[in-house]
Design a protein. Structure first.
Length: 117
């Protein structure tokens, strides 16, 4: 089982990044997928979640209107489009998958996002 994030990096305030998380080794389409983030000295927090078929999404208040989560079940990939980035968005971003029926879950290794001028 693997969840491999990519797309992180350094961006200026107001800029955009698109994170990707490629899944393998499990039935991706049966899993709700989420993005979490963890800033230095802070707890890991939920950023966005999308249901297994992609019919429902939810976001942390701090990113609503700026971030968009999406998925492509034909590519076993979940995305996080991040626009209007702020310095407070700086964190390691993690991909997380959970089967709502079996409750089996997996974490990715994380990708660093740094928003700074």
């Amino acid at each position: 089982v693997q969840l491999v994030e990519s797309g992180g990096g350094l961006v200026q305030p107001g800029g955009s990044l698109r994170l990707s998380c490629a899944a393998s080794g499990f039935t991706f389409s049966s899993y709700d997928m989420s993005w979490y983030r963890q800033a230095p000295g802070k707890e890991r927090e939920l950023v966005a979640i999308i249901t297994s078929a992609g019919g429902s999404t939810n976001y942390a208040d701090s990113v609503k209107g700026r971030f968009t989560i999406s998925r492509d079940n034909t590519k076993n990939t979940v995305y996080l489009q991040m626009n209007s980035l702020k310095p407070e968005d700086t964190a390691v971003y993690y991909c997380y998958g959970r089967n709502p029926y079996t409750r089996r879950s997996y974490w990715g290794q994380g990708t660093q996002v740094t928003v700074s001028s």
